[in-house]
Write a protein that binds this ligand. Structure first.
Ligand code: BDR
Ligand code: CA
Length: 312
């Protein structure tokens, strides 16, 4: 099994990913660390705690950074995820206390306790991982690897023509995380936007798992309304579950390796630029860290993995 810390900003697709991780026998979630993003960080932490309690998971949940590394407080994605982050379904929040540590401190503590064993799976903006790198410069040697949902390497962005939301939200933090000397694998819009999910998928999740799948189906109605605005069919995208699917079944994915940087200047803020090996001669780029970028996924097998795992 993969020991993970899931860094998240719930969020509807975050909720779907969190339950997927809980359901999978191949994944052991040591804790949820939260960050601002879809919603403010206090709500993000409360939502993560609520999801754990609902799923009967007695694991630590921490609150993390509430602002970008540089610049003013962010705007949130209530228009995508609802006022409550769960599609305005009026779900009651739990009052279980959070773990008192910051998300970054929790990541560092766990990495020291389980050296070389933990994969950090980040499905929100990257402030907690950047801060953890500052708290413990040796962190890359203490974790097994990092898998993120974020970025858009070879396809357009979803916030600007070049930037995906998680990276755009905290581009400076992302540049720190991309630049660290660890094994980082990026699941960006290149793969996540390639797999639309239709209402019958949600029906099946809810059938297989009335409790957790039912929650996803209900909360995802608002999310589908958002994604269906400018198209003829009714769909949504479960971005955040992808890095988890890769941990469980890497053979479903095609990856490419390249030197990567994140733009932090205003115009192309949050752009994830990737030069596949052998495609650049610029010394500046050759010095950039190499990462793995997911470029393709087996759509049918991915859907089947979600459904069978929810059904366990
Ligand atoms: C990412 O942004 C958030 O809205 C989603 O939860 C996902 O992590 C997609 O761009
Ligand atoms: Ca997210």
């Amino acid at each position: 099994t993969h020991k993970i810390i899931l860094d998240t900003d719930p969020g509807i697709d975050d909720a779907m990913a969190i339950f997927f991780a809980f359901q999978s026998p191949d994944i052991e979630v040591l804790g949820l660390t939260t960050v601002y993003g879809n919603v403010p960080v206090t709500m993000s932490a409360r939502n993560a705690r609520t999801l754990c309690d609902f799923a009967g998971q007695d694991i630590p949940v921490t609150q993390g950074v509430g602002m970008p590394w540089v610049g003013p407080e962010s705007t949130y994605a209530h228009f995508v995820h609802g006022d409550d982050g769960f599609g305005n379904i009026g779900f009651p929040a739990s009052d279980t206390p959070l773990d008192p540590r910051s998300s970054a401190q929790f990541i560092v503590d766990m990495a020291r306790q389980h050296p070389g064993e933990i994969t950090l799976v980040a499905i929100g903006p990257l402030g907690n991982l950047a801060l953890a790198l500052r708290l413990e410069p040796n962190l890359p040697k203490l974790v097994k690897g990092v898998a993120i949902m974020g970025g858009a390497a070879f396809v357009p962005g979803n916030v600007t023509p070049v930037a995906e939301a998680n990276i755009w939200n905290d581009a400076h933090a992302a540049e720190i995380v991309f630049g660290a000397d660890w094994d980082l694998t990026m699941f960006g819009l290149d793969v996540t936007n390639a797999v639309p999910f239709t209402p019958d998928f949600l029906d099946t999740l809810a059938e297989k798992n009335p409790k957790l799948g039912g929650f996803v189906k209900e909360s995802a109605q608002f999310y589908m309304d958002f994604y269906s605005q400018n198209r003829d069919d009714r769909v949504c995208f479960f971005h955040d579950a992808m890095p988890l699917a890769w941990l469980i079944k890497p053979e479903l994915f095609r990856l490419t390796r390249g030197h990567a940087r994140v733009a932090t200047d205003p115009l192309n803020r949050g752009q994830t630029m990737v030069a596949p090996e052998g495609t650049t001669a610029s010394p500046l780029w050759l010095e950039a860290q190499q990462i793995n970028v997911a470029t393709d996924v087996d759509h049918d097998a991915l859907r089947e993995l979600y459904i069978s795992t929810y059904g366990l």
